[in-house]
Design a protein around this ligand. Structure first.
Ligand code: MLC
Ligand code: AMP
Length: 503
């Protein structure tokens, strides 16, 4: 038994029809994807990978990258996908922490990453967006048959890194059971079948694109129009050929900004899903007015995959994330005590269920800190449950900015800025942004006599932090607002700069 390989990869072997449809019209059959995953699994084993080893991937999205995910599942390796925006400095940490046996990277990054991989004892292979590279060369020499390694439901299948409020990224360990139960619950709730074609424009290195979108479609045996990224032209063109679409709120606001989004264009579509960041009630309503579709909003996170969803049938309420998924228990609790609060009150949202992760990679203390004694996981999101059961996310107890669906932990950015000579201190906040929902803004206090410009800050961060983490604007103040305890009042700063991008 290997729960995810059996459910997601094995059925592909008998599919001679298209599973992936690419923007240039090329199609990839289930059998082709399965064969490639078998060859890649053999190549990984030949590179020394044994069950339980980590295999990191930082490559462009492609059918081959998806095949690598399936290859890892089949080989019993822990798949560790990394954002393509991460810099070599960031990769240094991930490779050091996860100690992958193999890392598959873009050939363009090979030069910069080779010394890092060498230092960690990681074997570096390459794969580009067209499926070429040393992994492809090695796989081409291998047979397509591969004997899938046995795994239990409780075995870890994927490690996804997510930063912490302390700034140090933590590897969330998701088991076969976590991911399969979630894909099955979502497929059922959202009525996915083999008749569906999903517009897949999300990256596959995060929970949304990999676990929600790809896992569901592989589970039900549907098709994906597999776009390398959210490209407005390609998305508009693809909408005619799909039955469903999933996206972060930025996808929907960008579509609304395009006059080609009409009832005629999307009338045949059965479902639009949004998540990863709050969908403004205003966007929800505007989308309905324009297209007649009520977007179905759901809520999840890296550690838990999906937790709640608006109903497929019944009211999809703007500004709400709906009800717990089947098998998932959600409680709104007092942040200090964990005691459940009555409906209507705001508290911290806590989750228990088969979807909740096994823990952070090699961080038992951090793991323990985020669970209550009775097994509930503390999400760090503030929520309210209405009397009719609908849950709304009303804020965050964690210091986190979500920009275009990507998480940015202010602490990580502040640490980099504070290290600059001439900087006394800094505060990084999220402010409303018409495209990204929230944008990263840094407030910097220079040391007396030092002259630092916004350009200096940008230059210091370039190459250190992924582009999406870099502030869209740097402001200077003579001091940061503090409360009587000396704590920086970020709410005061957020209020002061809230109109920066949204007018
Ligand atoms: C790109 N940039 C971003 C950014 N994405 N800046 C801030 N936030 C982002 N999200 C940078 C680019 O490097 C570029 O910099 C500039 O901003 C404009 O780029 P763009 O061409 O407009 O961006 P684009 O490539 O179109 O990407 C935007 C996006 C993308 C929204 C399509 O970010 C995206 O696909 N986001 C989805 C993220 C996601 O999948 N999240 C799920 C996490 S899972 P410059 O200066 O070079 O021009 C999770 C759990 C759950 O959260 O519940 O689902
Ligand atoms: P990540 O750690 O990348 O998985 O991000 C998870 C976080 O995204 C959650 O803890 C929430 O703060 C946020 N999030 C995801 N979906 C929603 C949603 N529908 N509404 C509001 N916030 C969301």
């Amino acid at each position: 038994m290997n729960p995810l390989a059996d459910a997601l990869a094995a059925p592909l072997e008998h599919r001679d029809d298209a599973i992936l449809i690419l923007p240039d019209g090329r199609e990839v059959t289930g059998r082709a994807l399965h064969d490639l995953s078998g060859q890649m699994a053999n190549a990984l084993v030949r590179a020394g990978v044994v069950p339980g080893d980590r295999v990191a991937m930082q490559t462009e999205k492609s059918p081959d990258a998806l095949a690598l995910y399936l290859a890892c599942l089949r080989a019993g390796a822990l798949f560790l996908p990394l954002n393509t925006a991460y810099t070599p400095a960031e990769l240094d940490y991930f490779l050091g922490d996860a100690e992958p046996r193999v890392a598959v990277v873009d050939p363009k990054a090979h030069g910069a990453l080779a010394p890092i991989a060498d230092d960690k004892g990681t074997h570096l292979l390459t794969l580009d967006a067209q499926g070429a590279g040393s992994l492809a060369n090695a796989a081409a020499k291998e047979p397509t048959e591969f004997k899938t390694a046995p795994r239990d439901a409780d075995d870890v299948s994927v490690i996804l890194y997510t930063s912490g409020t302390t700034g140090r990224a933590k590897g969330a360990m998701l088991t076969h059971g976590n991911l399969l139960s979630n894909a099955e619950a979502l497929a059922e709730c959202w009525r996915f079948t083999s008749d569906d074609t999903l517009l897949h424009a999300l990256p596959i290195f995060h929970a949304h694109g990999l676990f929600v979108a790809a896992n569901i479609m592989l589970r039900v045996g549907g098709r994906m129009v597999f776009l390398p990224r959210f490209d407005q032209e390609q998305v508009i063109a693809a909408l005619r050929n799909v039955t469903t679409m999933m996206g972060v709120p930025t996808f929907y606001t960008r579509l609304l900004g395009d006059e080609r989004l009409t009832r005629d264009l999307v009338g045949h579509i059965r479902l639009f899903v949004s998540g990863s960041a709050p969908l403004l009630a205003e966007t929800h309503r505007e989308f309905e007015t324009r297209t007649g579709h009520r977007i179905l909003e759901r809520y999840g996170m890296t550690e838990t995959s999906m937790n709640t969803s608006n109903p497929y049938d019944g009211e999809r309420r703007a500004g709400s994330v709906g009800f717990p998924l089947p098998g998932v228990t959600a409680r709104v609790a007092d942040a200090d005590t964990g005691v459940a609060l009555p409906d209507g009150e705001t508290g911290i949202l806590e989750i228990k269920g088969p979807n909740v992760f096994k823990g952070y990679w090699r961080m038992p203390e951090k793991t323990a800190e985020e669970f209550r004694d009775d097994g509930f996981f503390i999400t760090g999101d503030m929520a309210r449950r209405d009397a009719d059961g609908y849950i709304s996310i009303v804020g965050r107890a964690k210091d986190l900015v979500i920009s275009g669906g990507y998480n940015v932990y202010p602490k990580e950015v502040e640490t980099e800025i504070d290290e600059m000579p001439g900087v006394l201190e800094s505060a990084v906040i999220g402010v409303p942004h018409p495209d990204f929902g929230e944008a990263v803004l840094a407030v910097v206090v220079s040391e007396p006599g030092a002259s630092i410009s916004a350009g200096d800050v940008a230059a210091a961060l370039a190459g250190r932090l992924a582009k999406f983490k870099q502030p869209k604007l740097v402001e200077f103040l003579s001091e940061l607002p503090r409360n009587t305890m000396g704590k920086v009042q970020k709410n005061v700063l957020r209020d002061q700069f809230k109109g920066t991008f949204s007018g």
